[in-house]
Design a protein around this ligand. Structure first.
Ligand code: SAM
Length: 277
């Protein structure tokens, strides 16, 4: 069987008794047009490598394979593995499946430098994986781009601007050396079964990292500044050695609150602290 002759996803799900399990964050996408649209977000995939988390019955995987990608997919649900094996033979081996927990994989070793990450993520681990991919040490990172289906609320936090309610740690982690954008929103009724909330596909590409700033310092400063969101910086950053001096050097008023500072302000503070180490 070739990719063009695969049976409809609904039929495959029924034959393999892949009823959706809530604990595994299973909300499947069956609409081929929507899946193809997601697979177009990273750009041309012909000959590229894609790392997919949670392929489930393989709808998105089919679209990625049809776009010409080689796919390495990590799936925790044993029931999906035979389906993915069938898909692998239809794709003449361009799909390799790892049966396991995505949180425990050495992704860079599995997928290799320059792989695109594409996933309709299980929501229970979505933000953990996203934060992990955004905070890798080496930059540019091993991944070429992220194309992720997330809850709309998480997508808004990723692209949020200073002063908005959504602006916080995730915005700074996503914007200080990457460019995040919301590609499009997806109605909850597109999923089987429908989740409670609207989703959105986000696209993140790496940008030039500012000089002299350690990612661990960005993480520490933002954790402190937004851990106590409503507090003034002089209070929230008090426990971070050198942070109040850094505010003085940069001319940032310590009575301001963390949510009013720009991403560049955070980069400046982290740079001062990285230098002082
Ligand atoms: N990609 C499919 C689609 O678009 O229809 C399924 C998406 S569904 C939202 C999430 C998938 O992630 C499920 O197949 C689930 O079994 C899998 N999953 C959940 N937790 C996982 C984990 N820790 N590691 C790997 N896969 C996981």
């Amino acid at each position: 069987m070739s990719l063009a002759d695969l049976p409809p996803l609904r039929e495959v799900i029924a034959r393999h008794r892949l009823s959706a399990h809530k604990a595994l964050g299973q909300n499947f996408l069956l609409d081929g047009n929507l899946l193809d649209r997601i697979a177009r977000v990273p750009g041309k995939l012909d000959g590229a490598t894609v790392y997919e988390v949670g392929p489930g019955p393989g709808g998105l995987t089919r679209s990625l394979l049809r776009a010409g990608a080689r796919v390495i997919a990590v799936e925790q649900d044993a029931r999906a593995i035979p389906i993915l094996e069938e898909l692998s033979s239809a794709a003449e081996g361009r799909l390799s499946t790892v049966h396991g927990d995505a949180l425990e994989q050495d992704e860079e070793r599995l997928a290799g430098q320059g792989a695109h990450i594409v996933a309709n993520l299980p929501y229970n681990i979505g933000t953990i994986l996203l934060a992990r991919w955004l905070t890798v040490d080496a930059w540019p990172p091993w991944w070429a781009s992220l194309t992720l289906m997330l809850q709309k609320e998480v997508a808004q936090r990723l692209v949020a601007r200073p002063g908005s309610d959504e602006y916080g740690r995730l915005a700074i982690l996503a914007q200080w050396r990457s460019q995040p954008s919301v590609a499009f929103e997806v109605n909850r009724m597109a999923f089987v079964p429908p989740p409670k909330v609207t989703s959105a596909v986000v696209h993140v590409t790496p940008a030039q990292a500012p000089e002299g700033v350690a990612v661990r310092m960005i993480e520490r400063v933002t954790a402190a500044a937004f851990g106590q969101r409503r507090k003034m910086l002089r209070q929230s950053l008090k426990g971070l050695p050198g942070a109040l001096d850094a505010l003085a050097v940069l001319g940032i008023d310590p009575t301001r609150r963390g949510e009013t500072l720009t991403v560049e302000d955070y980069v400046g503070i982290a740079r001062e602290l990285t230098r002082g180490k």
